[in-house]
Design a protein around this ligand. Structure first.
Ligand code: MN
Length: 491
């Protein structure tokens, strides 16, 4: 990888003036990093270059690419910040500063060591505070300019790909931070492909024993399932051609870490996991999606309760597709996912795809009528965001309408602002909601209608003999899930 390789990628969408800017940023970074080496032994400049490459492949603008090339310059030498502003202007300097500040937020490795030795409540609490702080700062940075997060993702991705060059204790901390902070954030922003990649890169370093276990049990099963998959794909191809439906069909393997999490949920029993492999069918229109679903179900019987229409009802992060699980050829259970090309691009790239679609390449200001995707983000909050707020530029304050709270085990739940412990309880499990008796927030007892805040650690205490939820909970719950579950109890 050289600067010329990078320029070849950006050439496709940048004008000559922007190409010059990128080149200038590169030579500036190269000069400053001269003589520095990465843990892997490579010249340091390879790291900013690879960071910029990922962004260029996602067609981010010249300012972002230039800031990515300069992203580690300030960290190594704070006086460079003013220099960057002088040479490259305030736009790029702000992006670089944003990335530098985010880089300073690290969960100290000492915490992980402490956590392992003393698994008592106090130590956990300490860790969570730092964790929450990282998350909060990240969201704040994001609210200023989403491109800072894109650079940070690209930076983290390359660091994960070169994690072997780092000493083991630091490796484990970075891997866990990737799983606990970066991957959930990528998922929240709809960047499914990046989330899966980050988790799979981190998995062997974060949980080596678990990784070996999953690899060992899943390996042979993937092979066996793969054969059935090929057969089913051939049949679908023929059938769709008969019906004159243009489609691309491919198989997809479940990401290893995502399989691990699912296995934990299903008693570590691999035979309970139906989507180890899946067939993905990509078509041109929504209409074609439903047509394909009809064709599939006319050939193979679907499993009860496994048909999911995420087109009519998208997931909270905007994900759309039709999912069904069928008894395929030879009665083998098989998951099939059907989507349009646009949905596919969104599922893989999420907010990056939105950003790309909405970008006006000629101007630095983004016209507000291009913010179709803001509406889509708004939809998962249940409300439309005031569009005027967005005319200022790339503001992303939809996070202000959501809060992030933690289970005592440290899992993150995101809920609408002013959600209560009852909303939280139902978000964890219906039974916990139904039998909720008391709630503790950050260790203190609170009322069940208490308004939760960002970063709260919520512990719901249940009454095993409870006969069910209270009707008056309906007066204060905020999520439709809690509302629905309570109502259905009284039907
Ligand atoms: Mn870096």
């Amino acid at each position: 990888m050289t600067i010329n390789d990078l320029l070849k990628i950006t050439q496709k969408y940048c004008d000559p003036r922007e190409q010059v800017l990128i080149k200038k940023a590169y030579f500036c970074a190269e000069k400053i990093h001269q003589g520095e080496k990465r843990g892997t032994g490579e010249a340091y400049i390879m790291h900013p270059l690879m960071t910029a490459k990922w962004l260029a492949e996602n067609e981010l603008d010249a300012d972002t690419i230039s800031a990515a090339l300069l992203h580690d310059v300030v960290e190594n030498n704070p006086s460079e910040s003013q220099e960057i502003k002088k040479i490259f202007g305030a736009h790029i300097a702000e992006l670089v500063d944003g990335v530098t500040k985010l880089g300073k937020i690290k969960i100290k490795k000492s915490w992980f060591l402490l956590f392992k030795i003393f698994q008592n409540q106090q130590e956990k609490q300490l860790g969570f505070e730092r964790h929450v702080e990282s998350l909060r700062k990240m969201l704040m940075a994001m609210s200023k300019d989403i491109r800072v997060i894109f650079i940070k993702f690209a930076d983290r991705l390359h660091n994960m790909q070169t994690l072997n060059g780092v000493y083991p204790q630091k490796r484990e901390r970075i891997a866990r931070e990737t799983i606990e902070i970066y991957a959930p954030l990528a998922y929240r922003l709809g960047m499914g492909e990046l989330k899966g990649t980050l988790e799979d890169l981190a998995f062997p370093y974060a949980y080596p024993k678990e990784y070996e276990w999953v690899k060992k049990i899943a390996g042979p099963k993937y092979q066996e399932k793969g054969k059935h998959l090929e057969k089913a794909m051939r049949i679908i191809k023929l059938k769709l051609a008969e019906n004159k439906i243009k489609a691309q069909i491919h198989g997809r393997k479940k990401h290893l870490y995502s399989l691990y999490k699912k296995l934990i949920k299903y008693d570590r029993n691999l035979s309970k996991i139906y989507d180890l492999v899946a067939i993905r069918i990509i078509v041109d229109s929504v209409e074609a999606c439903y047509k394909v679903l009809g064709i599939v179900h006319s050939m193979w019987k679907p499993l009860l309760g496994r048909i999911k229409d995420y087109i009519a009802m998208p997931r909270p992060n905007g994900y759309q597709s039709l999912h069904t699980t069928v008894f395929g050829p030879d009665g083998e259970i098989l998951e099939i996912q059907i989507r349009t090309w646009k949905m596919h691009n969104m599922a893989e790239n999420g907010i990056a795809a939105h950003w790309h679609y909405s970008q006006d390449k000629k101007s630095t200001k983004i016209p507000k009528d291009k913010f179709e995707w803001v509406q889509e983000l708004g939809r998962w909050q249940g409300k439309l965001i005031d569009r005027n707020e967005w005319s200022k530029g790339l503001r992303l304050d939809f996070f202000e309408k959501r809060i992030f709270v933690f289970t005592p085990q440290g899992d993150i739940r995101d809920l609408p602002a002013s959600a209560t412990p009852i909303d939280f309880a139902y978000s964890v499990h219906t039974e916990i909601g139904n039998k909720a008796k008391l709630a503790k927030v950050n260790g203190k007892l609170v009322r069940l209608n208490h308004k939760l805040s960002n970063g709260d650690i919520v512990d719901v205490i249940i009454d095993k003999n409870s006969k069910g939820p209270k009707r008056d909970w309906l007066r204060f719950v905020k999520t439709s899930k809690a509302r629905g579950k309570i109502k259905s109890f009284f039907v």
